[in-house]
Structures are given as C-alpha cells and as structure tokens.
Design a protein around this ligand. Structure first.
Ligand code: HAS
Ligand code: HEM
Length: 560
C-alpha cells in the first residue's frame, strides 16, 4: 500500500480517536449527572445537553463514519489488490475533516445542543447541519471510488466470488448511501432553511420520519464492519476456519433488504403515523434479526471448530481452549467480547421491537442500556481493536504495552455489563433517558427525589467508571503505538479465515442488481405510507425548541 494512501488511512484513524477523548469524558460526565453526584446543569462551562450531544455525535457518528471509511480503504486495497484513487480519497478526507470541524465548533460553542438525533423541533446553528452533511458526502466520495475499483476488478474476474469482506463493505455503503439521502433532504431542504430563519415553522413528524429512515439503518452501518471482522478475521485468529462463507453472504444481502424499511419502530408512539405501517415495520424489524441469528450460529460453529482443533474434547470444553488472553492474537479478545455483549444487545433489541413492550421502555433508561450493549459493544470493541491493529501495521510500529492492550476489551465488557444492567433496571422502574437526574429525581433536596433510582444510577456510575478506565487504557495503547519508533516496514496484512466447507459459487449471492431492485420495492412499500401520513397529519408545523425548556423559543421579531 502506497505511502499517500497509508497516510490518509492513518489520519482517518487518528482524528476521530483524538476527538473520542472528548466523547469518553462526556460519557463519564453523563453517569455522574445521572447518579446525582453533582446537582448542576453544567460542569466546566459545558452544559448537560451540550455534553450529551458531544458524546452521541462524536462516539456514534464521527468515530464510526471515519472508521468505516478507513477500514473500507484498507479492505478494498488488501482483498482486491488495487489501491483507492489518491485524489478521490484526499477529497473524501478533506470533506469529512472540514465537516467535522464545523459541527464540532457549533457544538462546543453551545449553538447545537440538539442531541445526536438532531431532528426538529430542537434547532441548531446552520453550520452543524452543513458540517454533518459534508461528513456524509465525504464518505460517499470514498464509496464511489470503491465501486469503480470493484467494477474493474469484476470485469477481469467474472467467475470469481467477490471476497466476503469486499462484498460486506459494498453492501454496507450501499445501505449508507440510500439511507443518507433522506437525512440529506431533511438537513438541506427542511432544517437549514428553518435554522436560517427563512421558514418560520417545520413539519416535526416529517423530520423525525426522515431521520429514522436514516437512523436505524445507521446502526447497521455501524455494525457491518464488525460483522466483516467476525466472518473474515475472527475464525482465523481463533485458530479455526469459517464454518460457512455462504451464510455470511446471505446475512449481508438480507441486511441490504431490511436495514432501512424498519425505522418507524422508533416512532411507535408518534401519533401522526398510522397503526398499519407501524405493524408492518414492526414485523420487518423481526426479519432484520435473522441475519444476526445466522451470524450467531455460524460464528459459534466456527469457534467450536477452532476450540476442537486446539485439542478440546466433550461438549463445552472447546470454549476454554480459545485464545482469550493471548497477546499475539489480541484481536480475538476485542471481537469475542463484542459478541458476548451482543447476545444481550440483540435480546434487548427484540424487546424494543415488540410493539406492546416498546410502550414500557420507550424514552426510559432501558434504551441507552440496549444500545451501549450494541454500539458500545461489538461495534466499539471492533473499532478499538482494529484501529490498534491497523495503526501498528500501517506505521510499522510495535503495539505499546501489549498486555494492557489484551486486558482492555475485558475491562470494557465488565463495565458495560454493570452499566447497562443499571440503566435497564432503572428503565423498568420508569427512570427517564436524556434527563439530568441530579437536578431533581436524584437530588435529596428536591421534592421530586426518588430513592428507587439510587441503586440503578449507582450501578450506572460504577459500570461507567470502569468503562472510562478501559477507555483511558486504550488511549495509552493507541497513542503510545502511534508515537513509538518504527521497527518494521509498513504493510496492510489482515488475517484471513479459510472456509470450512468448499462451497460452489452461487451467482445470485455475488450479484447486486436483483437485490437492489428488491430493496427498492420493499423500501417504497414500507415508507410511502409513512411519509404520506406525516404530510397529511401535520399541516401546522412547529416553532423551534431548546432541550432545556418545554416552551418554544420566541424570536425577537415575535416578541415585539
Ligand atoms: Fe436497536 C433503539 C430494535 C440492533 C442501536 N438501537 C436503538 C437505539 C440505538 C440502537 C442507538 O425496535 C436508540 C436510538 C435513539 O437514540 O432513540 N435493535 C433493535 C433490533 C435489533 C437492534 C430488533 N440496535 C441494534 C444494533 C445497534 C442498535 C446492532 C447498534 C449497533 N433498537 C430497536 C428498537 C429501538 C432501538 C425497536 C427503539 C427503542 C425505542 O423505543 O426508542 C436487532 O438487529 C438485534 C439482532 C441481534 C441478535 C443477536 C445475535 C447475537 C450474536 C452474538 C453471538 C455470540 C457468539 C459468542 C457467537 C439477534 C451475533 C459465543 C461466545 C463464546 C464465549 C463462544
Ligand atoms: C448516551 C454513558 C461510551 C454512545 C449515554 C448516556 C450515558 C452514557 C449515561 C446518557 C443516557 C441518557 O441519559 O439518556 C457512557 C459511558 C461511556 C460511554 C460512561 C464510556 C466511558 C459510549 C460509546 C458510544 C456511546 C463508546 C458509542 C460508540 C452513546 C449514544 C448516546 C449515549 C449514541 C445517546 C445520546 C443521546 O441520547 O442523545 N452514554 N457512554 N457511548 N452514548 Fe454513551
């Protein structure tokens, strides 16, 4: 891999990890506010909602997008043996960094405390929306370049299966491209004109619906790079083989069909949307769990094979033969811990998807409990492990403190399990999400004080503290590796799982066109009625709000 492309990938890892220091700090602050350790609306000149926005946007949008592009560049270059185009990759990088700086300025200046979901009626500075749009467009540029590379490769290799990692990357970015079209429309046509004051009101339901068209597919955009690692890297580092490559292909194509047309499951409580479409998208949500079940069984079988190859006998002994604490294959620790967390993340997701159970947990602390077991579980751990792996390879430097590196994912997992137990238990007791509990419910001075939530928020604090410590150790390893002395030639050389069964090539699982057509039909059927509902049931529109105040923001002209 050439030096210029190497440097681009390294910048795409370094910039978001540097910002992650702010993201992780605000995670700690969130558990401190929630547990009522402090009874303030701001700390160190940063407001509660400003901090929550920084936490969500940096961790869940900036880090994940930068990483997906960096990993995509490396995956395409390594598996197709063709380099990304320098000019396109540079343009993509500049757009992403420029966009991130704009959004970061708006958030740090306190002009964009709109949370990472940024739909109306919360209103941000136009630069926040523009910055987010540029970050997205930058990632598109990289994707378009990979498509060109792939098409040229396919011309020369018509009868050869596309490598699973490349197939996963292309499917992931197709989902991303389609779902971000909705958010681009939301931002450019609805939110920016409203934020500039050109339009006085906005259709809140429409902005929410367009956001969730993007928002749930977004979670699979986070997840699929981790899935690529589970299928193509984990069996190899475990010392075994991938049980079925075809299963991986099927899983990725089902994600292509079902990742987007399920966003309404975030809007079960929205009165503007009809019941029929909620039921339809609720059922499709259960469908999207199928590729994850396929993955669970395929990867478990691959791991069992690895354990048996390492000499295991009996029914369960294979588990203990796996290389949990081997510092030479530290990626195993990061990936297996992610999978363990995802068992609980997946189960809680299925609870959320059930229309009637959703009424119990919606907008409670249960929801962040669920998603720290997913995005801060398999997704985040895969990013941590792979960012260290790629940095070490692309710089030719040895891992700094390898033993600490091996422990990080275990510490993080213990932290997340305690943290999410606290949040989900609290959620079942009615504890709200996105609320500075320290000001009221967790403040003994307040008449709203609720002693039932002391234990749950204390668990959140304890788990969050452990996660914060693991985060700090990761920073030491990452930056220590980055700034140490070069000891080898820079390369990119991923471990690649061999397949257990030699399967015949089935062309339908190596072709995009029929799947793209099916995707368009399902999307159209699932979203047209939802969009129509938001247009028909929201004639009035709403003025802007701030998260701290239930009354609308009155503009100076209206005050007069
Ligand atoms: Fe979710 C809310 C439903 C998956 C993230 N989700 C959220 C939010 C986020 C999020 C961020 O239906 C909050 C958004 C907000 O701020 O309001 N979610 C689901 C369902 C799934 C699901 C059905 N979510 C994810 C993933 C995420 C994520 C993945 C991030 C990466 N979610 C919902 C719903 C809501 C929601 C509702 C709205 C709640 C509300 O009312 O607000 C499914 O995709 C889950 C399927 C997963 C499985 C698990 C398979 C298990 C595996 C592990 C195998 C382990 C092995 C290890 C092999 C079925 C693959 C073996 C171990 C050894 C030691 C050998
Ligand atoms: C929200 C803690 C790491 C993604 C929150 C909340 C807490 C928290 C307490 C607020 C819950 C609420 O009041 O609604 C922590 C701690 C972390 C950590 C202690 C580690 C030290 C992460 C990571 C990610 C992440 C690594 C993703 C990669 C999010 C998101 C939100 C959130 C998307 C939602 C923000 C919103 O509601 O607008 N976190 N978190 N967190 N966290 Fe984390």
């Amino acid at each position: 891999i050439s030096k210029p492309i190497r440097n681009i990938i390294l910048i795409e890892l370094f910039v978001p990890v540097l910002l992650l220091t702010i993201g992780i700090y605000h995670g700690l602050m969130q558990v401190i506010y929630r547990a009522g350790v402090i009874h303030q609306s701001s700390f160190a000149k940063l407001d509660y909602y400003q901090g929550l926005t920084l936490h969500g946007v940096i961790n869940a949008i900036v880090l994940t997008t930068f990483f997906a592009v960096a990993f995509g560049h490396a995956t395409v270059a390594f598996h197709l043996k063709r380099e990304p185009n320098y000019k396109a990759s540079m343009l993509s990088l500049c757009l992403m960094v420029g966009g991130t700086l704009m959004a970061a300025w708006a958030m740090l200046a306190g002009k964009a405390s709109v949370l990472y979901t940024f739909y109306a009626p919360l209103k941000a500075h136009p630069l926040f929306y523009l910055g987010t749009a540029l970050l997205i467009v930058g990632s598109w540029v990289a994707f378009f370049d990979w498509v060109t590379i792939y098409l040229k490769w396919k011309k020369d290799n018509r009868e050869v299966n596309t490598p699973l990692a490349v197939l996963g990357t292309l499917i992931n970015f197709t989902i991303w491209f389609v779902c971000t079209l909705a958010v681009a429309y939301e931002v450019l046509v609805l939110l920016i004109p409203w934020s500039m004051g050109w339009t006085p009101t906005v259709n809140v339901s429409l902005t929410r619906t367009l956001f969730w068209f993007f928002g749930h597919a977004l979670v699979y955009f986070w997840l699929l790079p981790a899935y690529i690692m589970f299928y193509t890297i984990l069996p190899k580092v475990a010392g075994g083989k991938l049980y079925s490559e075809l299963a991986g292909r099927i899983a990725f194509f089902v994600f292509l069909l079902l990742s987007i047309p399920i966003g309404v499951h975030h809007q079960f409580g929205d009165p503007a949307i009809g019941r029929g479409i909620k039921l339809t998208q609720g059922i499709l949500t259960f469908g999207v769990a199928i590729p994850s079940f396929i993955t669970a069984f395929t990867i478990a079988a691959s791991l069992e094979y690895a354990g048996r190859k390492r000499g295991a006998k009996g029914l369960w002994n294979w588990v203990w033969k796996l290389p949990f604490f081997d510092k030479n294959v530290y990626l195993f620790g990061y990936l297996i811990n992610g999978l363990i967390l995802f068992i609980f993340g997946g189960l809680t997701g299925l609870v959320n998807a059930s229309y009637s159970l959703n009424n119990v947990i919606h907008n409670t602390a249960w929801v962040p409990g669920h998603f720290h077991l997913t995005v801060a579980g398999p997704v985040f751990l895969a990013i941590l492990g792979m960012s260290i792996f790629m940095t070490s390879q692309l710089t030719g430097k040895k891992i700094f403190l390898p033993k600490i590196n091996t422990i990080v994912p275990y510490l993080w997992t213990v932290g997340v399990l305690i943290f999410s137990t606290g949040l989900m238990w609290g959620g079942l007791l009615g504890e709200p999400r996105r609320t500075n509990l320290g000001l009221t419910y967790l403040n003994p001075e307040s008449e709203l004080y609720n002693p039932y939530w002391v234990i749950t928020t204390m668990l959140g604090l304890a788990g969050g503290g452990i996660m914060f410590t693991a985060g700090l150790l990761y920073f030491v390893v990452f930056f220590g590796t980055f700034f140490s002395k070069r000891t080898a030639e820079p390369v990119i050389d991923f471990p690649v799982s061999e397949v257990y069964h030699t399967e015949k090539r089935i062309p339908i699982f190596d072709t995009f066109r029929p799947w793209l057509i099916a995707m368009a039909i399902i999307l159209f059927m699932a979203y047209l009625p939802a969009i129509m509902d938001t247009l028909n049931n929201n004639r009035k529109g709403a003025p802007p709000y701030l998260p701290t105040d239930p009354a609308p923001v009155i503009s100076t002209s209206e005050k007069k």
